[in-house]
Design a protein around this ligand. Structure first.
Ligand SMILES: [Fe+2]
Length: 191
């Protein structure tokens, strides 16, 4: 399940971190920031590396429920591996602070990733998402995203309007003050 690090890991070594590891604490903290967090368990009996159509069919009930709740119209499967062509270029689009006109909804099938959220009030916090986690970061939320050291994530994405998902950069530079530290098998991602 997801882990939250309130205060993040500051690049200058300063600040205080508070780690949330209990699901109820994680969900309650994220809810205060308008972020939905759920575990979809037990996961469906479908291989995480199955073809995208198979995955979408297996999760059709959950996807339809989300669509009804959030007005999402399409779903797809994003698949990122260390050998993905132009991976660094792709990751660089999202590792700077940005926001979208659209909710960012992800259900993690395999691998892991690290969201940083910069709320309007309160400290920056990070959320490490792993397989079985559903997260909805509402439109307009300032955030950035990194892979962990294993550079692997496969996730279902939902869109209200895929054209709204273009990152709008804040150019605040806040992201540079934090290390993308994960707790998973391979700790620190390259940026
Ligand atoms: Fe984003």
């Amino acid at each position: 399940m997801a882990l939250v690090r309130i205060g993040g890991r500051r690049a200058d070594g300063g600040g205080q971190e508070e780690l949330l590891t209990e699901q109820a604490d994680v969900a309650a903290f994220l809810a205060q920031h308008g972020i939905d967090y759920e575990r979809w368990t037990p996961a469906h009996d479908v291989a995480p590396d199955a073809p995208a159509d198979t995955i979408l069919a297996a999760y059709a009930r959950e996807i339809d429920a989300l669509k009804a709740r959030g007005g999402y119209v399409t779903a797809d499967v994003i698949d990122v591996k260390p050998e993905t062509p132009n991976l660094d270029m792709m990751l660089a689009r999202f590792s700077r602070e940005h926001w979208h006109d659209e909710d960012e909804v992800r259900f993690i099938l395999e691998g892991r990733g690290l969201f940083h959220v910069h709320p309007a009030s309160g400290p920056v916090f990070s959320i490490e998402v792993v397989a079985g986690d559903l997260i909805r970061v509402p439109r307009g939320t300032h955030h950035w995203f990194d892979l962990c050291g294993d550079r692997r994530i496969r996730a279902i994405r939902l869109f209200q309007d895929a054209s709204g998902w273009t990152p709008q950069y804040t150019d605040s530079g806040v992201d540079k003050g934090f290390e993308p530290v994960c707790f998973g098998p391979a700790y620190v991602a390259r940026r």
